[in-house]
Design a binder for this molecule. Structure first.
Ligand code: NDP
Length: 301
């Protein structure tokens, strides 16, 4: 595909470069290679390319050589301190001039916006993205990628990015928007994982095995997706109906979890925090409302 790729400025040897070969970077590079795209890879620590070279990927000797090898560079490193450490080296910045960077590393919306400003000031075309699914989904229909930045730039590179599989959603021109979704969605994920991990500890202390619990935990998790849809609509309308489960009842249920945990010497800090939010909302007169009312209470300064 390289020979057919139009480029405005610098020459290119491959279709796409991947900088960062952690588990996700390797998965991205493997998907590009698997789609028949000419692929260059670079990683700070050499030797992380696994079988990518054997499958046809070019291993660049330096980040500037990697940047110069393709019209499109996909960056996937641990965070924006790491991506800055690579992209803001003078030689790399010079090599990227007139080319496109898609930063799929995770960090905050502000860091994404700052990187977009840096790119703009240095003649680098820039899209910021977030990957919402784990490595095995990459290159399959199950991958979920969010992208923000110039829409036309995303359209121009969509044919190559589509090799990563799944859905690619352009969220708007604000470069921080993909990171904003990422932060909010990871908030859901990590608090759920905190709950699950805590539940395993409490269950074990009560003599309930992890597999025994998992058999029922799936049913609890399944309650959530329709609840997300329902409460999102209510929140958007400024309504917090608590007919089915008012905050007074929720706080009581959370107190039972705190007491049982602490009776076993298990840290109940996360549940104490959630119960505290509920009690504050009750104190403000919202005891008959549903739990989503606490979003308003915790955002008060
Ligand atoms: P990590 O988050 O562990 O990142 C490792 C990569 O970052 C390595 O390539 C590492 O290089 C590089 N790196 C770290 N510090 C620097 C630095 N100062 N300069 C240059 N490179 C640096 O691995 P993943 O591949 O799992 O994740 C990459 C990104 O993808 C993260 O932002 C993560 O949140 C996101 N992501 C990952 C998912 C997953 O399932 N793994 C799912 C969704 C998103 P070196 O090898 O030299 O240490």
């Amino acid at each position: 595909m390289s020979s057919h790729t139009e480029q405005s400025e610098a020459s290119a040897e491959t279709d796409v470069t991947v900088i960062g070969l952690g588990p996700m970077g390797r998965a991205l590079a493997a998907a590009f290679v698997g789609a028949g795209l000419g692929t260059t890879v670079w990683n700070r620590t050499p030797g992380r390319e696994g079988d990518l070279a054997a499958r046809g990927a070019a291993v660049a000797p330096s980040p500037e050589a990697a940047a110069a090898a393709s019209p499109l560079t996909v960056v996937c490193v641990v965070d924006y301190d790491a991506s800055d450490a690579v992209l803001r080296r003078a030689a790399v910045t010079a090599a990227l001039k007139g080319r496109t960077v898609v930063n799929l590393s995770a960090d905050t919306p502000d860091r994404a916006r700052d990187t977009a400003r840096w790119a703009d000031a240095h003649g680098v075309r820039y899209l910021d993205g977030a990957i919402m699914t784990p490595t095995p989904t990459i290159g399959t229909p199950h991958a979920v990628l969010l992208v923000s930045g110039p829409a036309a730039l995303h359209e121009a590179h969509r044919p190559v990015l589509q090799a990563l599989g799944g859905t690619h959603t352009h969220l708007g021109e604000d470069p921080g928007r993909a990171a904003a979704y990422d932060i909010a969605l990871l908030d859901v994920f990590w608090t759920a994982m905190a709950g699950w991990t805590h539940a395993l500890a409490v269950a074990e202390a009560e003599g309930v095995g992890a597999r025994e619990l998992a058999a029922f935990a799936g049913g609890i998790a399944a309650i959530l997706p329709p609840l997300f849809t329902e409460t999102a609509a209510e929140t958007a309308e400024g309504r917090f109906p608590g007919d089915g489960n008012p905050l007074t009842s929720a706080a009581s249920s959370m107190a039972h979890i705190v007491h049982t945990s602490e009776a076993h010497g298990i840290d109940a800090g996360v549940m104490r925090a959630a119960e505290g939010w509920a009690r504050r909302a009750i104190g403000l007169g919202h005891g008959g409302d549903g739990f989503t009312r606490v979003a308003e209470v915790i955002a008060r300064r």
